[in-house]
Design a protein around this ligand. Structure first.
Ligand SMILES: Cc1cc2nc3c(=O)[nH]c(=O)nc-3n(C[C@H](O)[C@H](O)[C@H](O)COP(=O)(O)OP(=O)(O)OC[C@H]3O[C@@H](n4cnc5c(N)ncnc54)[C@H](O)[C@@H]3O)c2cc1C
Length: 431
């Protein structure tokens, strides 16, 4: 069966593929997006849990996610309604040390508010360590890459700061253990989230399920403007003739196009593009989310807290969406992988109760979601293993969070890469 010739074919309906499709649509180009799953959203999608819809994993966005916020405005979604936006205000509770706070939530102007919260919880020594690390960021960004743990030792961070601040922040942003993680990527994240003013560091926690935050509204925008979206449609192979892309083969059809954007995860992309473009690093790390449904009046002391010295790493209060719902996030490989779901739920509940005796010992309901290939590993020198968007095959482009952009895997990175890929593709059409 032969279909009519679409202008640009996008393979993959995650946030990156959708951002590429929205950008092309906005610029007046016809698009056809194919997605192998029965729903859009990829690694940031809705899942059904009995009678409620939750995320496939708890996500946190921040005020520095410029392109994501701009794209939401383009498609008619109002970020002010969708996100619970609050100034940076995290407290990290440890099994050995006193709580440590980073908060912009005081009358003092930024960054004095942040400095004050740090001095208050970690003394003047804490401020000294933060300043030393901050001053080394330009050097880290321009020199040969090293691991985050090497960077922390070079800047004389204390064992407390490493355990209670840098390790959890590294896991949360790079999803990679500090001994292996790229100092350059971590420095870039710190520079952009803490060095661009108070609003950039705001935390944005969605009030609605992730699939409704962007994918659903993006699909509506694309289809309203004449674009086509086909679910349950897997690209099996690309058709290349004389180093030019001509289309894609699916299970029961060929879809022709001379402009194709492949917006997949690194491992999915390597599978589809094997033998066509040089292989990229496909080491991917897991993220596990444990949903705990407590009685509806249960609240966490803040919308988001960190725990260290425990299996639980970050706890989010999702009461805005479902009263009494907490999401506990565990990034990267670890001991929790050896536990059954029941063991993990019991362990995490006990940890929360130990820190916050007001939290009940048991829950009404619970769900464990293990995303085994959540993000690409941000190892030292990862930059060299990330591909560029333009390939050597005419008409074939890459999007997806792993395409080189100087940032770790994130929704902002996925959107940025989708948008930039679409804009570059359009430029070549007119050359
Ligand atoms: C549990 C978890 C927590 C996370 N937490 C955060 C966070 O707090 N903040 C943050 O910014 N980011 C977070 N991320 C990362 C973020 O979700 C990803 O960076 C982003 O979703 C990647 O989008 P993508 O479009 O590049 O790739 P994907 O979402 O992987 O999209 C690829 C799509 O292509 C489809 N597909 C695959 N093969 C084919 C084929 N052959 N033909 C057609 N379609 C195909 C897939 O089904 C998928 O829908 C988290 C990720 C996970 C899993």
């Amino acid at each position: 069966m032969m279909q009519s010739k679409p202008n640009t074919l996008i393979i993959g309906g995650g946030w990156s593929g959708l951002a590429a499709a929205v950008t092309l649509t906005q610029q007046g180009h016809a698009v056809h997006l194919i997605e192998s799953a029965k729903q859009l959203g990829g690694r940031a999608r809705n899942i059904q849990w009995k009678d409620q819809t939750v995320d496939n994993g708890q996500h946190l966005m921040i005020g520095a996610y410029d392109r994501m916020l701009a794209m939401m405005n383009t498609i008619g979604s109002d970020p002010d309604k969708i996100f619970e936006r609050s100034p940076l205000d995290i407290t990290l509770y440890d099994t050995d040390y006193l709580p440590l706070s980073l908060s912009a939530n005081s009358r003092l102007p930024w960054p004095l508010s942040l400095v004050w919260s740090l001095i208050d919880s970690a003394g003047i020594g804490g401020l000294y360590q933060l300043t030393k690390l901050q001053h080394s960021i330009p050097k880290i960004l321009s020199a040969e890459d090293i691991s985050v743990s090497e960077w922390l030792l070079n800047t004389k961070q204390s064992p407390r700061f490493i355990k209670q601040l840098w390790e959890p922040l590294c896991l949360a942003t790079l999803n990679t253990p500090i001994e292996l993680a790229s100092a350059q990527l971590m420095a870039r994240v710190l520079k952009d989230s803490l060095g661009r003013g108070k609003a950039a560091a705001d935390s944005l926690i969605p009030r609605i399920p992730l699939g409704d935050v962007f994918p659903r509204a993006a699909a509506h925008y694309i289809e309203q403007h004449g674009g086509k979206i086909s679910l349950n449609t897997r690209a099996r192979s690309l058709i290349i003739d004389n180093n030019e892309v001509c289309g894609v083969k699916t299970k029961d059809s060929r879809i022709e196009s001379n402009n194709i954007i492949v917006a997949l995860s690194p491992s999915q992309s390597s599978k589809l593009l094997a033998d066509l473009i040089p292989a990229t690093s496909t080491i991917e790390y897991p993220i596990c989310t444990v949903y705990l449904h407590y009685p509806p009046e249960t609240r966490l002391i803040k919308p988001m807290i960190g725990l260290t010295g425990t299996i639980s790493q970050w706890v989010f209060d999702r009461s805005e969406q479902t009263p009494g719902l907490m999401a506990v996030v565990i990034s990267a490989p670890g001991k929790h992988e050896e536990m059954t779901n029941l063991e993990l739920i019991q362990h995490v509940c006990a940890e929360l109760h130990d820190f916050f005796p007001d939290m009940p010992k048991t829950v009404n309901d619970s769900l464990v979601v293990r995303e085994k290939r959540a993000t690409f590993a941000c190892h030292v020198n990862i930059k060299q293993n990330r591909p560029q968007s333009k390939t050597h095959i005419k008409g074939l482009w890459l999007a997806g969070d792993y395409v080189e952009n100087g940032y770790p895997a994130s929704l902002e990175g996925a959107i940025r890469n989708g948008e930039n890929c679409a804009l570059n593709l359009i430029k070549t059409m007119y050359n």
